[in-house]
Design a protein. Structure first.
Lengths: 161, 80
């Protein structure tokens, strides 16, 4: 049981790094992709957070991004191996188009996550643990303190620009 | 079993935060955590390729709904 918890923690850290790096590389914190993402960003900003970090959080809410890609890729690998992960990448691509998102952060994240989850499987961390890890990773950004999370994301965006 | 319990626990926590948060745009941030937890739980409980399609359909649908609620709250589509 303790080993499983340690594996979930390691998976959470790796998933967190993957989706943050891909989302920041694709410029999600730059601005909201739709007016709703801007509304979420300004709400976080009003609460004392960072506008760029809030924009990234708004974009995560409004369209499947790399975090969604990582979750669904882990689900795909759990259900059907690498083929399932790549199927999830196609589903994320379709989801992006449905949500009026012209970007490729979600699809790229899903493809990268497929290989990461498969590689972790060979290292002893199962896809099920990666799914739980990804849910913990998104909890740390969207579900604990929006102000602190947006400031952290804004800092990452500052490093990139 | 532990991954399912982690997802369920985080889902319950996120649902409580959605109810307690007074501001609509920030409710949607907690709602996205709930969506992640539910999508993960669907596949963990039913390890089948069709469950992946169900989880993806649920996730994309709920994301689209959050998108619609946030955009409506922001005043709808801005046409220039």
């Amino acid at each position: 049981m303790l080993g499983e918890l340690v594996n979930i923690f390691i998976a959470a850290v790796l998933c967190w790094l993957l989706f943050i790096v891909v989302d920041v590389a694709f410029g999600l914190p730059e601005k909201g992709g739709v007016s709703g993402a801007d509304a979420i960003a300004s709400s976080v900003d009003r609460a004392g957070g960072d506008l760029n970090g809030g924009s990234m959080m708004g974009n995560i809410v409004c369209s499947p991004d790399a975090s969604a890609g990582t979750l669904l890729a882990a689900c795909g690998v759990y259900a059907a191996g690498v083929g399932g992960g790549l199927t999830a990448a196609v589903l994320v691509f379709i989801g992006n188009r449905i949500c009026h998102d012209p970007g490729y952060a979600g699809t790229t994240g899903a493809v990268l996550a497929t290989f990461m989850v498969y590689g972790l499987g060979m290292a002893g961390i199962t896809a099920a643990e990666c799914i739980a890890g990804m849910v913990i990773a998104i909890l740390t950004i969207q579900g604990i303190s929006h102000v602190q999370a947006s400031r952290l994301l804004g800092k990452f965006w500052g490093w990139r620009t | 079993m532990i991954p399912v319990l982690v997802c369920a626990g985080i889902g319950l926590y996120a649902a409580c935060r959605v109810v307690l948060e007074p501001e609509t745009p920030r409710k949607l941030l907690y709602l996205s955590v709930l969506n992640f937890a539910v999508a993960g739980s669907i596949v963990l409980l039913v390890p089948d390729i069709m469950a992946l399609f169900a989880a993806a359909a649920y996730f994309v649908g709920s994301t689209l709904e959050s998108n619609a609620i946030a955009s409506t709250w922001a005043g709808g589509v801005k046409r220039t």
